[in-house]
Design a protein around this ligand. Sequence first.
Ligand code: HAM
Length: 420
Amino acid sequence: MNNKTIRSIKGTQDILPEESIKWQSLENEIRKITSHYGYEEIRTPAFEQTKLFSRGVGEETDIVSKEMYSWTDQGGENLTLKPELTASVARAYIQHNLGLVSPVNKLYYIDALFRRERPQKGRYRQFHQFGVEAFGSEHPEIDAEVIALAISIFYSVGLEELQLNINSIGSPECRKNYRIALQEFLKPHFSNLSETSQKRFNNNPLRILDTKAPHEINILNDAPIISNYWTDEDETHFKKVIEYLDILEIKYQLMPRLVRGLDYYTRTTFEITSSNLGAQDAICGGGRYDGLVEMLGGKPTPGIGFAAGMERLLLAIKNNQSKKNKVQIYIVGLGDNARGTVIKLAEELRQQNIATEFDVLRRSLKAQLREANKMDVSYAIIIGDKELESNQLELKNFSTGDQQKIELNKIVDHMNSLSF
Ligand code: HAM
């Protein structure tokens, strides 16, 4: 490649045809299963006002403080390529009064997102998520439904070795008390904390629980746990979620220190990991965000959802058997006179939903038949001067090797009568 060649941006990927087949079959499965659970698709714009994310996701989060692609446009507006979808979907929910249309709104999306993270396997700067957001119910039934939906999709696309980690980070009241207790506990260790954790100490001490540094994990072993600070309602809610998971025979791991990297969460939080992935083993993350709609200017509305990384899902799915759509007919055209007839016949067959190809390189008969063979077509139709003159086309059955003559004006009906 010479230095005039323009390459894609670090952390972004082209999805070439061989890969996009796998994406399509994953997307189809997602659409099928989410519809069984009553979720409908929502699509939101690629960029939003920056304040949607700073307010919704939280100023102190990694996403907002370090990873957003933000700019001021020619009209002086502060804009951001969406780094996640929960805030955008909540904005759309408020803007279009969806709560008035129906008391419960169950929405799903498959979309591209942007975060300026350090790229590595399973972590990109443009990546894709599918996710669901359910607005309107505070009850634990919907928590269980959302988790069951995630698990059901992952199993149906062939994921194995899944682990569901679950916790409740309680109501805001619970977190206020827990925050004080955690700061009290960490105070004597402050000088041993990393620079990041020291920063989080005042702004967002719960995020310290998310540390990957072994010496901090050691310190945190004796830290107070949030369940001791749950309100009675928090406890009842979480116990019910767990009870429903038991009823659904969904296995889970209680993780009293599981906190998520976004500030809108309340009560149920969960992550699903797969041991088929390397360091970036989180396939999916989600939880309840009962205060988000209100925080963004809407009426108080409970909500819960999750999102899963599509690239990670595809990395974790072993033996992806997705196959190319088969070309059924190859029309071999020979000579200048045949070209108009070839292109017309291809169009007529395609209109009948029969996948048809023809040669656009003006190759020889032998080369065209070789191409048809490579495409593993069911039939080839041969059209040259001789066939045009006699009005009789040559039809070759590729599986039996049989060859027969068919009249030009009967070929479409004939092909239509065959099963492919
Ligand atoms: P999140 O944990 O930031 O949550 O992302 C969810 C999933 O997106 C992760 O588990 C991972 O699979 C994938 N992911 C995140 N960042 C990257 C990246 N840089 N490259 C590839 N994959 C990535 C959210 O985004 C929340 N909005 C989820 C949610 C929905 N909570 C409630 N509703």
